[in-house]
Design a protein around this ligand. Structure first.
Ligand code: NAP
Ligand code: ZN
Ligand code: ZN
Length: 350
């Protein structure tokens, strides 16, 4: 296959550089996707800026990928040339551990293969590490490729592949729906999808932002309340009221205070991944039999379910399209919480 144009981070602090990467010749089960759009996830930034301490450079990030199938291998049955297809945070897994067999490949016991920065077997035609969606084309096994429903435009489909599923999965797992009170902390890329999805599932949604600057938007996305964690009154008003709280905050936060908002047997699910450990007092949990949990993206089956749910309920992200030249500036705006609400790269400009 010819080399594919891509946007690479050369090191943790240097600006993006245009480069080319190798994609493999499609095998019998592979789908070749001409990438149309790639969302910018905060995890791209954590990884490429080496905040998680494991980056391999030059690094092409991007795991919210939407495009059009341009070729399929001889054994592919679920995709044809011209189909709208997506790729999320992983492109392979062991396929035989109990978690893969249960359809939760993101928790593969041998480690799923991330869409970028994941080691490839020695001698792999694509190099030593996987390279992600800030590029023009990707080759993926059909078992790890998603069908994008025709009613969702490709640019708006991209963020669903990480931000959408990362909120859909815990909302479903913890039973968000009619009669349940759900609070979403942080309304960035993940958080705003959480508000829309929880509302579409029928839950009563409260947003907790670190200011009220996005209050109007939150109410428009389906929340009934938008309060600030900077205001002590918020903690009096919501005390012991919520069934489920999902934190999407990308920076350290005071989770003991947040736990005071849960009802008996409530759950706090942390999906934000700041580099620092989270400190929680055992007293905050014992008093009302509370649970604290984490959750990571979702399996292929559930990601497909989420895409179909979004198509059926008209749930799509708020996006701002950027060109390849604008990605450095877009990243700075994400870090400054100045994103409304997901940047999406127009891959044609790469
Ligand atoms: P994002 O768009 O930057 O949103 C993060 C939100 O965190 C911001 O909108 C802001 O909310 C809040 N925040 C940021 N800095 C803050 C600060 N100093 N104090 C208080 N609040 C602050 O990021 P994202 O793409 O949604 O990702 C959010 C986090 O989830 C990242 O850590 C990312 O790596 C992680 N993630 C996890 C998974 C998973 O599977 N578990 C998947 C994808 C991403 P407000 O302005 O509304 O207060
Ligand atoms: Zn992501
Ligand atoms: Zn596995």
């Amino acid at each position: 296959m010819p080399a594919v144009a891509a946007l690479a981070a050369p090191s943790a602090r240097a600006p993006f550089e245009r480069t080319t990467i190798e994609r493999r010749e499609p095998g019998p089960h592979d789908v070749v996707i001409d990438i149309a759009f790639a969302g910018i996830c905060h995890s791209d930034i954590h990884t490429a800026r080496d905040e998680w301490g494991a980056a391999h450079y030059p690094l092409v990030v991007g795991h919210e990928i939407a495009g059009i199938v341009s070729a399929v291998g001889s054994e592919v049955t679920r995709f044809a040339v011209g189909d709208h297809a997506g790729v999320g945070c992983f492109v392979d897994s062991c396929r035989e551990c109990e978690n893969c067999l249960a359809g939760v490949e993101q928790y593969c016991l041998k480690g799923m293969r991330g869409t970028y920065n994941a080691p490839l077997p020695e001698g792999h035609p694509e190099g030593a590490y996987t390279q992600g969606g800030y590029s023009r084309q990707i080759v993926v096994d059909e078992g790890y490729t998603l069908r994008i429903p025709g009613s969702i435009p490709l640019d708006k489909a991209a963020p669903l592949l990480c931000a959408g599923i990362t909120l859909y999965s815990p909302l479903r797992h913890w039973g968000a729906g009619p009669g349940k009170k759900v609070a979403i902390i942080g309304m960035g890329g993940l958080g705003h999808m959480g508000v829309k999805l929880a509302a579409a599932l029928g839950a009563e949604v409260t947003v907790l932002g670190h200011s009220l600057s996005k209050q109007e938007d939150g109410l428009r996305f389906g929340a009934t309340r938008y309060l600030s964690t900077a205001d002590p009154e918020t903690f009096r008003e919501l005390r012991r009221s919520q069934d489920l709280i999902i934190s999407t905050v990308s920076a350290p936060s005071d989770l003991d205070r947040i736990l005071s908002l849960l009802r008996r047997d409530g759950a706090l699910v942390n999906v934000g991944l700041p580099e620092e450990p989270i400190g929680i007092s055992p007293f905050s949990l014992a008093g009302q039999r509370l649970s604290v949990s984490g959750s990571m993206i979702g399996g292929i089956r559930e990601t497909q379910e989420m895409l179909d749910f979004c198509a059926e309920h008209g749930v799509t992200p708020e996006i701002e399209l950027v060109t390849a030249d604008e990605v450095d500036a877009a990243w700075d705006r994400v870090v400054a919480s100045d994103v409304r609400y997901r940047f999406v790269i127009d891959a044609a400009t790469i």
